[in-house]
Design a protein around this ligand. Structure first.
Ligand code: ARG
Length: 460
């Protein structure tokens, strides 16, 4: 382990207070950036050599030293002392300890301010790819379930009151749409992440002739940032990333809430496999949907991550301030939470079945065919507003008689509206209505078939 003191120590009249050292350190959090920090340093050193700011041999020593350090961190044989503050100082001190003079040249033309911005961008680029894959897996599971059990006619809800009937597959694909937008948001955020800040220095750049485009190219960035002040002050990319995490959390939370309700005794629409439920320490009969509740609950934490970041950045003077060190906790926590929730969501979707029999048993309660009846009247030339009133009265009549619309005799229906004929019954019941959906994107069979084909191709 490195024994070198902190790189800035010579300016101070005494050693850092222990309490201050423990308070300022971020190594316990940013050690997970080690791999990226080292990749950035090797690219930087290579550029320094190409620009003749260090020799080839010094570059070779730096590269070897850093490669060894990376391997040892990976193997768990190298553990840093938190006294080194952060991963940047720990790695540099370790390198100097190992290779001496050449190591002291690594930080030429660089500051931890552009270094940390670089590391976070490199880390985030990978994380965005990982989360994108997780999202795709949940989508695939939803599509698979929609293919397997998408033909169940079920009620849809507004205000948690029965609204119109529709196919279960259509319901499931609604979540696929949400997650697709999340993937697009991640891909869009990645464009702004994938720009190299390296070479911006502490704030205003360097008087050395560094080749910023060379390090950017080595590290696979699409471009370099234009303004050193902005580059070192900017954490928009972190906020944006966590915002997308918050959006994903919101979508998963809504799925969780629906499925908690759907798996209740009262609904009984779905059954989540025992392997994903928990029991009660006291009530022997219990089968609780705790995984879904945790997905719903953890959403709050991710919103918190977003608020913490937004608030942390508010009113910070340009450019870097130590406040910004706190970004990592929030960003990592949001990413880890979302990765875990997406994996859990995929497993739950895979292990859930629709209870078709139970759904169909109560399906015609709640007058979900009322809108379609009004639309039938529109087909007979009745203005929609009038049709709405007629059907409203019929529904009230049904409630009195404790029956469904399809059970009203024809003469009762014709008393309400003379344009009604015997074909009206083909427009009633949830099953008939679902078979009649005509609009693109509606909840019927034809539309579901098209959309399943679309998603299977999209996700292949
Ligand atoms: N550990 C610091 C952070 O995460 C690195 C940058 C420190 N820069 C500084 N000028 N103190 O933000």
């Amino acid at each position: 382990m490195a024994t070198s003191e902190k790189s800035w120590q010579s300016r101070m009249s005494k050693d850092q207070d222990d309490l201050a050292a423990a308070f300022v350190e971020s190594l316990s959090v940013d050690v997970r950036l080690a791999k990226y920090d080292i990749a950035g340093s090797i690219a930087h050193a290579q550029m320094l050599a190409d620009c003749k700011l260090i020799t080839r041999d010094e570059f070779r020593q730096i590269k070897q030293g850093l490669t060894d350090i990376a391997a040892e961190i990976d193997a768990g044989t190298l553990v840093f002392d938190k006294r080194f503050e952060d991963i940047h100082m720990a790695v540099e001190a370790e390198l100097i300890d190992r290779i001496g003079e050449a190591g002291k040249k690594l930080h030429t033309g660089r500051s931890r301010n552009d270094q940390v911005a670089l590391d976070m961008r490199l880390w985030m680029r990978d994380e965005i790819a990982t989360l994108g894959e997780h999202l795709a897996v949940v989508q695939q599971e939803l599509v698979r379930l929609a293919e397997k059990q998408g033909g169940v006619v079920m009620p849809t809800y507004t205000h948690l009151q029965r609204a119109q009937p529709g196919l279960s597959g259509h319901y499931l694909l609604a979540f696929v749409e949400m997650l697709q937008r999340d993937r697009e948001r991640l891909a869009d955020a990645a464009k702004r992440v994938n720009i190299s800040p390296l070479g911006s220095g502490a704030v205003a750049g360097s008087t050395l002739e560094l080749d910023r485009r060379a390090t950017a190219a080595t590290l696979g960035f699409a471009d370099i940032t234009r303004n050193s002040i902005d580059s070192t002050a900017d954490r928009d990319f972190c906020i944006e990333f966590v915002f997308v995490c918050a959006m994903i959390a919101q979508h998963l939370s809504r799925l969780a809430e629906d499925w908690i309700i759907f798996s209740s005794q009262e609904f009984g629409f779905i059954r989540i496999d025992d392997a994903f439920c928990t029991g009660s320490s006291m009530m022997p009969q219990k089968r609780n949907p705790d995984m879904l509740e945790l997905i719903r609950g953890r959403c709050g934490g991710v919103y918190g991550n977003l608020m913490a970041l937004l608030t942390m950045m508010k009113g910070l003077p340009l450019t870097y301030n130590r406040d910004m060190q706190e970004d990592k906790k929030q960003v990592f926590d949001a990413a880890d939470t979302i990765a875990a929730c997406l994996a859990m969501a995929a497993a739950i979707v895979k292990n859930t079945t629709f209870n078709a029999e139970r759904i169909s048993r109560g399906l015609d309660e709640g007058f979900t065919d009322a809108t379609a009846l009004a639309e039938y009247l529109v087909g007979k030339g009745v203005p929609f507003r009038t049709a709405h009133q007629i059907v409203g009265r019929l529904v009230a009549q049904c409630e009195q008689a404790n029956c469904v619309l399809a059970k009203l005799p024809l003469d009762t229906l014709q008393q309400a509206c003379p344009q009604i004929d015997e074909h009206v019954y083909e427009h009633l019941t949830a099953v008939n209505v679902t078979a009649r959906y005509a609009t693109e994107g509606s909840a019927g069979e034809k539309q579901l078939k098209q959309q399943l084909a679309f998603w299977k191709e999209q996700l292949a």
